[in-house]
Ligand binder design. Structure first.
Ligand code: PLP
Length: 394
């Protein structure tokens, strides 16, 4: 089988901006360069286009346009939400989150822990599902906010936000969800799920990088993170990233159309990929709940082989995916997500996350199923851990 050019299966890291998104953005780098805050109509027209993008995003979320604040990324949206809850309730010094959050929330939680707050990190089970009883047992009158991701970026496991939010709100506690991985893959409707705040990011839904949004339910106490000009009705200072906001609006429109494909064709491709790999490679398993997952994500653990080596060899074949190791720190520590799930070290080390999108094809999946198993075999033939394991089972 000949190699298709680049096979991109790393869509939870970032997605390709849809051509329609790029096209929508282009005029704002050229003729439509006015400042939306200007009094003249040359700038004012840009402001109206921002409002149109806001309406499109609001529609995707089942929200009111006034409840959307544009930000620079998912991380800023998460930080804004958490700091807003803490600043508006200065007497409350407790935060509840989970052990498997993205660093955007996890590292802020750890920072807060060192700076006068108490933070509860609720555990997950072996399948990556949240320990709900633990979470409920740890809510107190001092809890300022519960912040939980809607879907996990590594395992794809979906948290039961609809259920948790009810219980948390009953206690009068602010609820924020990091929905960066869920938007565009899982239908979300703010009319039926009463979260107070929700973070999303443009580059995870075929929009541009460098733009995100925070949904803030009407009536939620709020305090801006970036204090400055009157932009975003004083809720986020700074001249708007106009082209990217327009791109995010267009991406939101497309997401409404893409979501069906994500949950049918893309899901079938993901399942075919997973099945094909598990059938052809021994000592391989899926990390995370096989049912309760994003339709595009599979994290496959290939035991007794190093994820980084697999990635390098896949790279030679033009296949892009991610490993389950914290490569950002330059070490090969298994990720905090896989550790929290109790994935054995030998499996966590060889975990590869494939995350597909509407741009993937059956031909690409077939290519990976054909090319990857021999790579694992070759790497295992060089691995002392593999020979050890074979001796023990012989
Ligand atoms: N939250 C989750 C679950 C993510 O997957 C990511 C990015 O990978 C982020 C937050 C951060 O988003 P951004 O890169 O836009 O800051």
């Amino acid at each position: 089988m000949s190699a298709p050019n680049t096979i991109y299966m790393d869509n939870n890291a970032t997605t390709k901006a849809a051509p329609e998104v790029v096209e929508a953005m282009l005029p704002y780098f050229g003729e439509l360069y006015g400042n939306p805050s200007s009094m003249h109509s040359f700038g004012g027209q840009v402001g109206r286009h921002i409002e149109s993008a806001r309406s499109k995003l609001a529609e995707l979320l089942g929200a009111d346009p006034g409840e959307i604040i544009f930000t620079s990324c998912g991380t800023e949206s998460d930080s804004t939400a958490i700091w807003a809850a803490l600043r508006t309730q200065p007497h409350k010094k407790h935060i509840v989150t989970s052990r498997v959050e993205h660093p955007a929330v996890k590292n802020l939680g750890e920072y807060l822990e060192k700076n006068g707050y108490r933070v509860t990190f609720a555990p997950v089970d072996r399948q990556g599902n949240l320990d709900l009883d633990y979470l409920y047992d740890h809510l107190t009158d001092n809890t300022a906010i519960v912040s939980l991701m809607w879907a996990n970026n590594e395992s794809g496991v979906i948290f039961p936000i609809e259920e948790v939010v009810e219980k948390v709100k009953e206690r009068g506690i602010v609820f924020h969800t990091d929905a960066v991985q869920a938007v565009g893959k899982v239908p979300l409707d703010m009319r039926s799920v009463p979260v107070d705040m929700l973070a999303l990011s443009g580059h995870k839904l075929h929009g541009p990088k460098g733009v995100g949004a925070l949904y803030v339910r009407k009536g939620t106490k709020f305090s801006p993170f970036l204090i400055g000009g009157h932009q975003e009705r004083g809720r986020r200072g700074g001249t708007e990233n106009v082209a990217s906001i327009i791109g995010l609006g267009r991406a939101a429109e497309l997401a409404g159309a893409f979501i069906d494909d994500e949950n049918t064709r893309v899901k079938r491709l993901r399942d075919k990929l997973e099945k094909g790999l598990l059938e052809r490679v021994s000592n391989a398993m899926v990390n995370g709940d096989p049912e309760n997952r994003l339709p595009n994500t599979t994290s496959v653990a290939f035991e007794f082989v190093e994820g980084e080596s697999i990635l390098l060899m896949m790279n030679e074949l033009g296949i892009c995916a991610s490993s389950g190791s914290a490569c950002t720190s330059g070490s090969l520590e298994p990720s905090h997500v896989l550790r929290a799930m109790g994935v054995p070290f030998t499996a966590a080390h060889g975990s590869i996350r494939f995350s597909l999108s509407v741009y993937n094809t059956e031909e690409e999946v077939d290519y990976v199923i054909e090319k990857l198993p021999p790579v694992i075999e070759r790497l295992r033939s060089m691995s002392p851990f593999w020979s050890d394991a074979q001796c023990k089972t012989a």
